[in-house]
Design a protein around this ligand. Sequence first.
Ligand SMILES: [Zn+2]
Length: 406
Amino acid sequence: MAVIGPSARRIAERAAALARIGAVGEGVTRLGLTPEERRAHALVARWLAELGGRVRRDEAGNVFARVGGGGSPVLIGSHLDSVPEGGRYDGALGVVVAVEALEALRAAKVVLRRPVEVVGWADEEGVRFGLGLYGSSAAFGRLPAQAAERTDARGVSIREALRALGLRGDPARARIRKGSLRAYIEPHIEQGPRLARQGRALAVVTTIVGIAHGRVTVRGRQDHAGTTPMSERRDALAAAADLIAAIARAAAARRDAVATVGEIAVRPGAKNVVPGECAFSLDVRAPRERDVAAVLRAVRVAAAALDRERGVRTSLGRMDRVPVTALDRSLRGLLRRACAAAGVDAPELVSGAGHDAMNAQLDGVPAGMIFIRSRGGSHSPREAADPRDAARAAAALAEALRELCG
Ligand SMILES: [Zn+2]
């Protein structure tokens, strides 16, 4: 029997209340470790305190609230920061759904013999300090060395930002003791068009894609734009343009692989100078490591050919790698059953975006995710989700929690 009672109306009201914090027109700017994010955490903490949650904040700025009996908790939730002028649902809706699952369990008078803890992660987007999944990285022991010293565009470090929020300034202290969580479940909007196309409300995530990202530099020779014949040029930008086209082809040749050049710099950058150097970002993602590797290989082959053809020298700098993360198999099964109990036949999907759930799974905590159908893309004010779909996700999550903790 399904847990009844998630309220689409309450979900919509709460999503709207969060969207007012940092509102910019139709969008939201609520960057990590700012007073706006802190206010969002405080609002969620108030809802959870009303549900009898024991609220605490950790040294990384994440907020938690626990309900239910003793022992190791099942952690549920998502993040409360946004990108600049982002949408109101990315992250925030997952937290609202987690709270709503507890509302539904209470309404159904389900006794939680084991604890459930709701989390609102800090700075998942990594916009301000360039450190994505920051809050969950701190909690799951995956922060890079010297993370606290990273600074934002104004020179404020993470340590200083934490102190401004009344914390001690050492995010590594947020480390959750290994083995102390039973599971982590994250509801999140899909941020893509697949569920809407299939006419389904929810999906269960199988795998979070692997990512390779870094910088490519093409070095040519700076010359006069009027006096240098075409045959004698070593134009770094023209070579980079060919290489970028080759990158797009390399990704398109592999099913489910994507590659993006999102940012480019040209030196010296004048209309009458043949570019001497061109550097650009490269981001390659795929649900299988071998596809990530194959795209990178194809890029290197294309770069070597262009070096010969155009007399340039291309280097692929060190590529940072995020491994492909398969989410917990038995939780996947449980979540599909829970979705079915909530009346939704949920397909399995790969996530092309990184999520906090990765850090849990990589730290040995069985992790699962429920995707909620969304429209209008994501990281944009056009982002949209139907509160009735979110209510279905809350019902499924409540059902899963009843099985795990009831
Ligand atoms: Zn998100």
